[in-house]
Design a protein around this ligand. Structure first.
Ligand SMILES: Nc1ncnc2c1ncn2[C@@H]1O[C@H](COP(=O)(O)OP(=O)(O)OP(=O)(O)O)[C@@H](O)[C@H]1O
Ligand SMILES: [Mg+2]
Length: 486
């Protein structure tokens, strides 16, 4: 049976912020509708209304000609509407299996096989008996995807969950999307990657400040045109210049010597890893999610114990010093999940920035940072939990403008950012390196690692299996290395 889901004249306001302003949209069977828009334009709000997480102030949703009121995701699920959230919505203490069982409302033994088949099909090596808190952000996204797809949705809403999937997995995911639309389902596909939207959708809508500012047939619109509609004429930043022009002559500022780290269960998570970062250098660390990158990153900033080996910072042994002392000597961290590890959600933007400063900050300085990073709304007094995903990430990034660090350890720092803001961050980090700063960039986006890194280290099964000069390897070669050892 074919479906039509209609969004009719929906508006949603949060205090002074108008998140959605009179939005109307029809989604028919067989359609993949991509939703594009800069950070804070209203994409997740629209998705959450369709999924019953928010109720609209005005307007309504219609399914097959009948008006419906969704007061919770359970109501939306009755009509086959399922969402893969921008941030994984899983219960940390429960296992993968338990989370999926809860979501599907089916007993563990009934879904055990289905989950394993799914994980195998996607080549995901996660033990389904592991509690969620032991997984990396991207691995949690896999589980979020699994649970949504196993629910066999009629309307699947994907809120920016595909960005960091490895290419092979992305292709499989898009195949699944096509299977859904081939069997009369439909998809709402929210993404920051404009080429992905062009390639995989049938129709594209662009949101700006809560309004639909463009609606296009995906075959009849160019990338540049879409960019202009999204960001306006002036907002296109030149692609970041590589910092390789600056000769790197200095010694390593951060040296990791033969480090061994164990995971929560005493299994080796990082083994024999040696890596150094020189002054003025950006070193990218790539690999398929779950190969020890997260554990290595957390070890460097002091959140995990080193079992064997050494970490040196400017020649000083910091292997066993606590995270706050590492920050004090100039080792900064941009975490992988800004909501969980990066901000105080109940404090304002200004309060979050202040926490990282030893000095008093003038009001103007807050405004400067907000405009430098294009934080929306541009109000230092707004509480961070009221910001959109990308804007929360920008608040985390603001700290590198407060006290200038020596080394920045960043984990997927542009996750959740729109194209404009991603470039802003990339150019900020490369500029920082060109002035003598150092960056260890853990990234699951190979293009980003190659665009910014001077050298790229590949991790597999807890080991660094290769370090390449960025000029000596390209994206597909990197993918091959990652997969060959996986
Ligand atoms: N729970 C909330 N309370 C207050 N304001 C909110 C809330 N949720 C969203 N907003 C505001 O509504 C606007 C739209 O937010 P939304 O999360 O829909 O943006 P988005 O397009 O998904 O952005 P991003 O690309 O960063 O994820 C933003 O200005 C945001 O600050
Ligand atoms: Mg969003």
């Amino acid at each position: 049976m074919s479906n039509v889901i209609r969004v009719v004249e929906i508006s949603k306001r949060f205090g002074d912020i108008i998140a959605l302003d009179n939005i109307s949209l029809n989604i028919s069977s067989g359609e993949i509708v991509a939703v594009l828009g800069e950070n804070g334009s209203g994409k997740s709000t629209l998705a959450k209304i369709l999924y019953g997480l928010y109720t609209p102030d005005r307007g309504y949703i219609e399914v097959n000609g009948k008006q419906q009121v969704f007061l919770s995701p359970a109501d939306a699920k009755k009509y086959g509407i399922v969402m893969v959230s921008q941030r994984p919505q899983l219960i940390d203490e429960l296992t993968v299996l338990e989370n999926i069982s809860l979501f599907l409302n089916k007993p563990l033994n009934k879904i055990y096989n289905d989950i394993n088949i799914f994980l195998q099909e996607f080549n995901i090596r996660i033990n389904i008996a592991s509690p969620i808190h032991t997984l990396s952000y991207t691995e949690r996204q896999y589980i979020e995807m699994a649970k949504a797809l196993l629910a066999r949705p009629r309307l699947l809403i994907v809120d920016e969950a595909t960005t960091y999937l490895p290419q092979s997995m992305k292709i499989k995911f898009f195949e699944m999307m096509k299977r859904i639309v081939a069997t009369n389902g439909s998809i709402i596909f929210i993404t920051h990657k404009i080429p992905e939207a062009l390639e995989f959708s049938t129709r594209i809508i662009v949101l700006r400040r809560g309004r639909i500012v463009g609606e296009f047939d995906s075959n009849n619109i160019s990338l540049d045109e879409l960019r202009r509609v999204m960001f306006g004429e002036t907002a296109i930043i030149q692609t970041t210049k590589q910092a390789q022009d600056i000769p790197i002559i200095k010694d390593a500022i951060l040296k990791i010597n033969n480090v061994l780290v164990e995971d929560e269960y005493g299994k080796k998570a990082v083994e024999n890893v040696s890596l150094d970062v020189k002054q003025g250098e950006i070193v990218g660390v790539v690999g398929i999610a779950g190969n020890g990158q997260r554990e290595l990153c957390e070890t460097i900033i002091g959140l995990r114990k080193v079992k064997k080996g050494q970490i040196l910072f400017e020649g000083r042994d910091i292997t066993h010093i606590p995270p706050n002392k590492r920050i004090a000597i100039g080792l900064y961290y941009i975490p992988e999940d800004p909501f969980r590890d990066g901000v105080f959600l109940n404090l304002t933007v200004a309060e979050n920035i202040k926490i990282f400063s030893q000095r008093k900050i003038e009001r103007k300085a807050f405004q400067d940072i907000i405009s430098k990073l294009n934080i929306i709304p541009a109000n230092p007094g707004v509480k961070v939990h009221k910001l959109s995903g990308g804007n929360v990430q920008k608040v985390v990034l603001s700290r590198i403008f407060i006290n200038i660090p020596k080394v920045i350890v960043a984990y997927n720092p542009t996750r959740m950012l729109d194209e404009y803001s991603s470039r802003l961050v990339a150019s900020t980090l490369t500029k920082f390196a060109s002035l003598g700063g150092s960056v260890l960039l853990f990234s699951e986006d190979l293009d980003e690692a190659l665009a910014m890194g001077n050298r790229i280290a590949v991790m597999s099964r807890g080991k660094v299996i290769g370090i390449y000069n960025y000029t000596a390897i390209n994206r597909s070669e990197l993918e091959k290395v990652m997969v060959a050892y996986a």
